[in-house]
Design a protein around this ligand. Structure first.
Ligand code: NAD
Length: 260
C-alpha cells in the first residue's frame, strides 16, 4: 500500500514509534528511524526492518531538542531515500510531579520534545510535500490532548498544544494533498508508561501495583492496555489513500477513557 513512499518516524527506537516504523515498512515504505538508545540495539532494529520487509531503513540520530538536527533528519529522507512523504512526530517523554515541585528544566524539555520538535519537523517536511502534492503528517498526541490528569502539567500542556498544531497545519496544507492528524492513545504498555509508575506511586502515596490497577487501567473502561500494534494499524490507515479526506482530526484510541 505504501510502496515507494518514505516515512520519517521520530522516537522510533522504542515502543509506539518502533511499531509505526515496522508497520509502514510492512506496507512497503522506506523508513528513517530516529530516537535515542544503545547504538547496537538500534542497529539491530534498523537491520531487522530491512531484512524483515525488504525495504531501506536509515537511522537518524537527531535529538528532538535540536531544531537543526530535526531539519537534517527530514533532509536525510529526502536526499538518501528520495522524499519525506510521511512524517510521524512521535518522540515523547513524561515526568510526574506536582506543579509546585515540577523542575523548570524538565518543563522546558518536555515542551521542546513533545511539542516544539513536531513544529520543527513539519516546518522542514511541508515544502517537499507541497511540491509533490502528497503528504501525511501524523502526530502522536494522547488522551491527554483531550483531558488532563494531575501531576502531568508539562505533558498535558504539550499534548493539548499538539492538538492545536495538528489542526493549524491541516488548514494550511488542505489544498496540497496533505493530511495532518493526531492519534490520541490511552495507556499503551511501553517503557514510557513503565517508567512513570514509581513516581506516580510516590506522588499519590500508593504501591506500584495499585498505580497500575487503580490509576492507569481505572481510566480505561476496557481495563486493558492499548497495544502498539493497534496504534500502528491506525497510523497505516491514516497514511492510506482511503484516508485522504481525514485531516485536522484527533483520532482517539483509548479503550473508552475519554468517553467517560
Ligand atoms: P517510549 O519511551 O517507548 O518511546 C519514546 C521514544 O522517543 C524513544 O524512541 C526515545 O528514544 C525517543 N526520544 C525521547 N527523547 C528523545 C529526544 N530528545 N530525541 C529523539 N528521540 C527521543 O514511549 P512510547 O510510549 O512509545 O511513546 C511514544 C509517543 O506516544 C510519545 O509521544 C508519548 O507521549 C505517546 N503516548 C504514549 C502513551 C502510552 O501509554 N505509552 C499514551 C499516549 C501517548
Amino acid at each position: 500500500m505504501l510502496k515507494g513512499k518514505v516515512a520519517v518516524v521520530t522516537g522510533s527506537t522504542s515502543g509506539i514509534g518502533l511499531a509505526y516504523a515496522r508497520a509502514f515498512a510492512k506496507e512497503g515504505a522506506n523508513i528513517v528511524l530516529n530516537g535515542l538508545g544503545d547504538a547496537a540495539a538500534i542497529e539491530k532494529e534498523r537491520a531487522a526492518i530491512e531484512s524483515d520487509f525488504g525495504v531501506k531503513c536509515l537511522y537518524s540520530p537527531a535529538n528532538m531538542l535540536k531544531p537543526d538536527e530535526i531539519a537534517d533528519m527530514v533532509k536525510l529522507g529526502e536526499t538518501e531515500l528520495g522524499s519525506c512523504d510521511i512524517l510521524v512526530n512521535n518522540a515523547g517523554i513524561q515526568h510526574v510531579a506536582p506543579i509546585e515541585e515540577f523542575p523548570i528544566d524538565t518543563w522546558n524539555t518536555i515542551i521542546a520534545i513533545n511539542l516544539s520538535a513536531a513544529f520543527f519537523a513539519m516546518r522542514a517536511a511541508i515544502p517537499g510535500m507541497k511540491a509533490r502534492k502528497w503528504g501525511r503528517i501524523i502526530n502522536t498526541a494522547s488522551a491527554h490532548a483531550l483531558v488532563a490528569s494531575p501531576f502531568k502539567s508539562a505533558y498535558v500542556s504539550a499534548k493539548h498544544g499538539i492538538a492545536g498544531l495538528t489542526k493549524t497545519a491541516a488548514l494550511e496544507t488542505a489544498e496540497f494533498g496533505i493530511t495532518v492528524n493526531a492519534i490520541c492513545p490511552g495507556y499503551v504498555w511501553t517503557p514510557l508508561v513503565e517508567k512513570q509508575i514509581p513516581d506516580t506511586a510516590k506522588a499519590r502515596g500508593m504501591t506500584e501495583e495499585q498505580v497500575k490497577k487503580d490509576v492507569l487501567l481505572a481510566a480505561q473502561p476496557t481495563k486493558e492496555f492499548v497495544t502498539v500494534e493497534e496504534v500502528a494499524a491506525l497510523a497505516v490507515f491514516l497514511a492510506s489513500d482511503n484516508a485522504r479526506s481525514i485531516t485536522g482530526s484527533l483520532q482517539v484510541i483509548d479503550g473508552g477513557w475519554t468517553a467517560a
